[in-house]
Design a protein around this ligand. Structure first.
Ligand SMILES: Cc1cc2nc3c(=O)[nH]c(=O)nc-3n(C[C@H](O)[C@H](O)[C@H](O)COP(=O)(O)OP(=O)(O)OC[C@H]3O[C@@H](n4cnc5c(N)ncnc54)[C@H](O)[C@@H]3O)c2cc1C
Length: 385
């Protein structure tokens, strides 16, 4: 159910104030120390930010897709690392459970995820299965007591702080590709789980990823997400989760673009060369105008697709269109922001180069741009046949 207009506007104002007053001043420190201060995480918990998309019945804010996108656009106005810390609980770490979990599973996990007491992570990617996630080889062998998980998951966001993994594993080796894969809810303290060493990344310092290794990790049958009737159907859960997740990343890209455009405009109006503000030069104006136009186009796309999803439409193709356009768009906007700032854009002090590195990730995870293109075209051909 949608929030009333006043409550939604109050929520957006609160997030905007939090971003501007608390998060923006900490951007450089978080990048330097590779750590978000505990008090910031506690404030996010108090604001309900870990459970924005979790239904109210389970202690969350129950935002619909449009509302989520509007809030995430505000969060995009600061380093995306702050969004990353709440990202899995609102997206890939919780939505499978929200959409396909049994009532008992929802009661057990969702209230703790909504409060931020536990962090959820989504473990799909493997060393040899990235874009081709359907070829995953992590196995879940059925025994009389449940299942035994074996395999390695790679680059798993928030794995070092997670208490719950949604693990995708092959339960039927006779079925090829995405069929024969099930999703399991696995507590991080289950014996047989090891975390790989810390991984150094290109950007988003303060958000952590690592491998998750399963060695004879025993889980009961009740750990199958959605119960035994979801055996071998875990990939459907993963794909539905990604539809919403891709709109979330698209909204985040719009927010980051707006921040970069504002910083670029301010800089261009202040910086003088040849006796005048560089904003007076038409070649600078062209970059500003292109960035503004593309960011506006992405905003319209994201809100349209989000509205359609809230109305019950299947938005797989549109979510891919949004992710493809918005994430590529913010890459171009970040590149122009560096250019408009000149040498300052390349210097750590101004934070523009940090954003440039941070937003680069959006074109890679939750399906690369090439995978979005492939998906969009495949669905177009399917619909036309
Ligand atoms: C910081 C970070 C966090 C992540 N967090 C998570 C997480 O929480 N959970 C999780 O499960 N995964 C996570 N991932 C993994 C991410 O989803 C994968 O990196 C991504 O899906 C791409 O897979 P890959 O890295 O194996 O690249 P590959 O699949 O090897 O792709 C390499 C290149 O080949 C291209 N390519 C591949 N197939 C095709 C094709 N059919 N047509 C055209 N081009 C193709 C790709 O577009 C890319 O350009 C994360 C990754 C990063 C970097």
């Amino acid at each position: 159910m949608a929030l009333d207009a006043v409550t939604l506007s109050q929520l957006i104002d609160t997030v905007q104030r939090f971003v501007q007053k608390r998060l923006v001043p900490l951007e450089a420190q978080v990048a330097r120390e590779d750590r978000i201060p505990t008090e910031i995480i506690d404030e996010m918990k108090e604001m309900g930010m870990f459970g924005m998309t979790i239904p109210e019945a389970y202690g969350g804010l129950g935002l619909n897709t449009v509302e989520e996108c509007l809030v995430v656009m505000q969060l995009g106005e600061t380093s995306p690392v702050f969004r990353s810390v709440i990202g899995t609980n609102n997206g890939i770490g919780s939505q499978g459970l929200v959409m396909d979990g049994t009532e008992a599973q929802k009661q057990h996990y969702l209230p703790k995820m909504a409060s931020g007491e536990i962090v959820g992570a989504f473990a799909l990617t493997e060393p040899e299965a990235g874009s081709d996630a359907g070829s995953l080889t992590t196995s879940a062998v059925q025994t009389e007591q449940g299942f035994i998980l074996k395999g390695t998951k790679r680059i798993i966001t928030n794995a070092p702080s997670a208490q719950l993994f949604t693990v995708f594993a092959r339960t039927d080796s006779n079925l090829k590709g995405a069929r024969g894969v099930s999703a399991f809810l696995v507590d991080a303290d289950t014996p047989g789980i090891d975390l790989g060493p810390p991984v150094k990344k290109m950007g988003q310092q303060g958000a952590h990823v690592c491998d998750v290794i399963f060695t004879d990790c025993r889980v009961p049958e009740s750990a199958i997400l959605g119960g035994i009737e979801m055996l071998n159907k875990g990939f459907l859960t993963a794909m539905k989760t990604l539809d919403r997740g891709r709109l979330h990343i698209s909204a985040l890209s719009v927010g980051c673009a707006d921040r970069l455009i504002r910083d670029s405009l301010n800089y261009a109006m202040e910086r003088k060369q040849f006796g005048q503000a560089i904003a007076e030069f038409q070649l600078i104006q062209a970059m500003l105008a292109d960035s503004k136009t593309e960011s506006y186009a992405a905003r319209c796309m994201v809100l349209d697709a989000a509205k359609r999803r809230d109305e019950g439409e299947r938005v797989t193709t549109l979510a891919s269109c949004c992710k493809l356009f918005s994430t590529e768009m913010v890459g171009r906007v970040a590149d122009r922001a560096v250019q408009i700032h000149g040498g300052a854009g390349y210097m750590e002090e101004y934070g523009i180069e940090r954003f440039y590195r941070d937003v680069r990730l959006f074109r890679i995870y939750e399906g690369t741009s090439q995978i979005q293109q492939t998906l969009i075209a495949r669905n177009m051909i399917k619909d036309a046949s």
